[in-house]
Design a protein around this ligand. Sequence first.
Ligand SMILES: [Zn+2]
Length: 280
Amino acid sequence: MIDDETPVLDNHLHLDPDNHRGIDAVRDFAHMGGTHLLVVNKPSWHLGVEVETGADFREVFERTIEIVAEADEELEGRAWPVLGVHPGLVSRLVDDRGFGPENARDLMRAGIDVAAEYVEAGDALALKSGRPHYDVEDAVWDASNAVMRRAFERAADLDCAVQLHTEASEDLTEVAEWAEAAGLQRHRVVKHYAGGRLEGPIPSVMCEKDALETAAERGDPFLMETDYIDDPDRPGAVLGPKTVPRRVRWLLENGHADAVRNAHVETPDLVYGIDTEGTL
Ligand SMILES: [Zn+2]
């Protein structure tokens, strides 16, 4: 069972800032023994924001910061915002809004720069960036990589972590090398929506039992997440907010106490410099 001294962190989920549905998800998480959350801003267009300039991202970031403050009050531990630009925005800009890849790149970099301001001010914990998980033309791929590399540069300046959304992969060594070339240690880069093994960045493992078992037996640093989307139009599209605490219980029952400590104490400290035990 989960005792009072066991922190339980969901490393990547989204909360809808409207209508307080998001807070109900936080209550469900806490009720099951969840203690800490990293809340990533929803894609800007999901909030009805069609960005024209970097400053237009502020509305998205500030609504996220507000709901994270509310979530924080519901938890035994803490909730922190992770802010950035969803890599799928590039396609929305290029395919739907007539941007060239370079103009899309510049706008998305400007969004990263604005997100970095919130990290610098202490209002967010980490940055979010990446590249499309689906095939795109070369110019769009290059633009996306350039955005991601800007995120690494800003994170290196700020000494913060970067969460990545990328294609499915078990080897992102090249991306980790780009981070290091920008001055950011590779253990500060996290691939969200990861499987149980990954070369390069730290995997944030989706809470499926097979993937968790792989990560637990591997013994390397890893995190756990649901990517709960809090989207009423897509119920069940991803794992629900109770899943991380449920899987922690399952890991403990199956002799994986070391893995629980890895994913909920040691790796959060390694990646983000957060003390999940000290903030309980
Ligand atoms: Zn997500």
